[in-house]
Design a protein around this ligand. Sequence first.
Ligand SMILES: Nc1ncnc2c1ncn2[C@@H]1O[C@H](COP(=O)(O)OP(=O)(O)O)[C@@H](O)[C@H]1O
Ligand SMILES: [Mg+2]
Length: 313
Amino acid sequence: MSGAGGMGEALLRLVEVDYRYAGRQQGDSGQVSGQVGDQACSQAAGGGLAGCSLALARGSRNVLLGANGSGKTTLLLHAIGLLQPQSGHLEFAGQPLDYGRAGLAALRRRVGLVFQNPDRQLFSASVVEDVSFGPLNLGLDTATVRQRVSDALHAVAMADYAERPVHQLSFGQKKRVCIAGVLAMEPELLLLDEPMAGLDAAMQAELLAVLDGLSARGITVLLSTHDVDFAYRWADAIHLLVAGRCAASFAAVDLPTHAASLQAAGQPLPAVLALQQALVAHGVLAASAEVRSLDALLGALGPGGAPSRGQGG
Ligand SMILES: Nc1ncnc2c1ncn2[C@@H]1O[C@H](COP(=O)(O)OP(=O)(O)O)[C@@H](O)[C@H]1O
Ligand SMILES: [Mg+2]
C-alpha cells in the first residue's frame, strides 16, 4: 500500500541523525572521556548512527534491515527518545522531538518500544500487573485500565494467562506480554527490536498474526531484523541500515531493483526472489509476477506447482 517515501504524511522522520557512543563505560568517572577510542575514531569504531535519515509513512509496515552492529537498536532508542542525537534531529507527526520531561512523556504515550529481550521489559509478578503498569501510570481510571489491558491481552492471544506469574511463561509468551504492555498504551507507532529472534516457527507465525492485526488497525509499525526474507514478505517499506546510515529506503515490492544496495550491505537476495529469477531464466515461469512469499511463488507455478502450505502470502 504505502510506498517508502513521499506518499502520505510521515509519522516519524529522522534527519541526518548522528550519534556516537562515548565509551564503553559512560558512567565510569575514572575514565577520561573521549580519549580511549580516539585513534580509531571512524564511525565504525564509534558505532551508533552517522547521517541517518529516513521517514515512516503513517499506517505503514516498516522494516529496519541491517547486519549486526549496523545501528538498528540505536535507531529505535532514538525513535522513543531514550537517546538524543548529537547532531541532526527527529520529528514525530511533523514536530521536532521535545526532550523535556513533559515532551518525552507525551512522546511515550504515542510511541511504544518492545525490547529484544523480554526480561528487560517485564518486571511485575503477574501478566495483568505488568500490562496494567503503563495505563495506570497515565492516570486512567480503573475501568479504562481494565478494558485496555483486556483488549491488549486479547490482541496478543494471552487473555487466558492474565493471572499467570510472568516467570512461568515461555520466551514467546513473554514477548507477547511485552507487546500487550505497549499496546495497552494505544501507541500510534509500535517499535519492535528483532521481534522474531529466539522464536520457533510456530511462535513466529503467531507473532506475525498479531502484527498483521495491529497493522490492520492502522498502527504504524517499525521492526528491526536481519532477515531479508521476512522483510521482503512482510514490509511495505524497507529501510536498509549500513554502518549507522540508512543506505536506501524503498517499497518492498521494488526490492528487485535494489539488489546492488542489498549486496553492498552484505544482504543476500530474498530466497524466493532468487528462485523466481532462476525459474524465469529457465523458462518455467513467466516474468512480471509480483511474488514475495514462497506460497505466492508456488501459486504462480499453477495448479501443478505444489500443495498449499496453508499460509497467506
Ligand atoms: N552501549 C554501547 N556502548 C558502545 N557502543 C555501542 C553501545 N551499543 C551499541 N554500540 C555500538 O554501536 C553500533 C550499533 O549498535 P546497535 O545499534 O546495537 O546495532 P544493531 O542493533 O544493528 O546490532 C555497534 O558498532 C555497537 O558495537
Ligand atoms: Mg540490536
